[in-house]
Design a protein around this ligand. Structure first.
Ligand SMILES: [Zn+2]
Ligand SMILES: [Zn+2]
Length: 433
């Protein structure tokens, strides 16, 4: 019921856009994997599948799929990534693209974040449909149509396609490592910040904004926030609702045509940390854990804004020094090293600073309202603690220095207005948490 009005449907929306979602089936619940054959036949596929998994997801679900396909005498091929800490980079992608043959009618991805990112991009490149069998409620990208890939050490979001179907079997999802469950929860908690950042963009940069999409993300967030006790006990309902929330959040991104509703400064900071960990060869931290921690830090900034009056803002703006384009580029080169040119291309300099400053003052009442509505950072922290998710940078081995460096520079990686850009303009980028 949750998804029926959204999928397979084109909605003429008040925002002026006709939102359409190309996903044809979403089945989440107990025993959902048993409906795979029904789904593929409903979608018109009869033979020739390519299964994508890693060593873990092969054990928990892909081997069941292979067994069923053998019983049915379906032809299929498989890619099983054996490597631990698989990342969606050039080498994994090249292997996958080589192993999917021309005959494949549908790619069946079995996994969570990385497997989904790789399969979605491969499906797009090869112009083939794909469906996902989720193995952990660990992130909100199941319904997404874009793939974050690490190419040349730089994490960027590439165009891809949405899955044709999503299957989330709670019997599988609830047995995912508990840290993956809390990661999904952390990713959802980030929506408090991403929605606030989007609204900032709307008021300050006249950015496109859609209330219907916002309310879907809010609904998704509520579904998850209500599950704290049940998640700890891995209850079916709690896991199902978390997964529903994560998929809904993905649908909201599809409706918006980009990740704006579900990814703001908290994601930019998390991505900055991730890239730094990759370049230093450190073991990766789950995406949702970084997002959860970064959300606490971003909430602190909103809480600070909430204390400012228009007169304070005018004072801050008048004292802030405008950094020249050359200085901005020099700073990006210093921080981003070999990938600096890509970052500069993405967004080197906002040359409409004066106009934005005017809007900040003009719209202060609305901006303050956004800040007033943002959750208190210590409340977010205690919600994370309640599910036993990491809640501070130390919990995930992020040093104070990296928090500081990321907070000052992560905004450059994406041309998107956020609370960090606002802090930069107010001369508060050195804000200490
Ligand atoms: Zn709309
Ligand atoms: Zn995320």
């Amino acid at each position: 019921m949750l998804f029926e009005n959204l999928i397979n449907n084109e909605m003429a929306c008040k925002c002026g856009v006709n939102h359409s979602i190309s996903i044809k089936e979403i089945i989440i619940g107990k025993g959902a994997i048993n409906k795979l054959e029904m789904v593929i036949s409903k979608l018109g596929f009869t033979d020739n599948f390519h299964i994508v998994a890693d060593a873990n997801t092969y054990k928990v679900a892909a081997n069941q799929v292979e067994r069923k396909f053998l019983e049915r005498s379906y032809n299929f091929t498989s890619t099983v990534f054996e490597k631990k800490d698989l990342i969606a980079d050039e080498s994994a992608l090249t292997r996958l693209l080589n192993e999917i043959d021309d005959e494949t009618s549908c790619i069946i991805a079995v996994g969570s974040g990385t497997i989904n990112d790789l399969s979605r991009y491969a499906a797009f490149k090869l112009n083939k449909p794909y469906l996902i069998i989720a193995t952990a409620p660990s992130m909100d990208g199941y319904a997404s149509s874009v793939s974050p890939l690490i190419i040349n050490g730089f994490k960027r979001t590439y165009s891809a396609i949405a899955p044709i179907a999503i299957i989330g079997d709670t019997d599988i999802l609830k047995n995912a490592p508990y840290e993956m469950i809390t990661a999904g929860f952390g990713d959802m908690l980030g929506k408090y910040i991403s929605l606030s950042d989007w609204k900032l963009g709307y008021y300050i940069c006249n950015e496109y904004y859609c209330e219907a999409i916002v309310s879907i993300v809010e609904k998704a967030l509520k579904l998850c926030i209500d599950q704290i006790e049940g998640l700890k006990r891995r209850e079916d309902d709690a896991i199902e609702n978390l997964m529903n929330g994560l998929v809904l959040s993905g649908l909201a991104m599809l409706m918006a045509g980009n990740s704006r509703p579900a990814s703001g400064s908290e994601h930019h900071l998390a991505h900055f940390w991730e890239m730094r960990f990759i370049s230093e060869g450190k073991k990766q931290i789950l995406h949702g854990h970084k997002v959860g921690v970064a959300s606490v830090l971003m909430a602190k900034r909103y809480n600070f804004l909430s204390m400012l009056d228009k007169i304070d803002v005018i004072n801050y703006l008048s004292q802030a020094t405008t950094v020249s384009e050359d200085d901005t580029k020099a700073r990006i080169k210093e921080v981003y090293g070999s990938i600096a040119n890509e970052v500069i291309q993405e967004n080197a300099y906002m040359d409409y600073v004066k106009e934005i400053n005017r809007k900040i003052v003009e719209e202060w009442a609305s901006i303050k309202e956004i800040a007033d509505k943002a959750p208190l950072s210590n409340v977010l922290k205690s919600i994370l603690e309640a599910v036993e998710a990491p809640s501070s940078p130390e919990d995930i081995n992020i040093s104070g220095l990296l928090v500081d460096e990321g907070s000052k520079n992560c905004m450059y990686a994406r041309n998107r207005y956020t609370v960090l850009r606002l802090f930069d303009q107010l001369g508060l980028i050195d804000f200490e948490c």
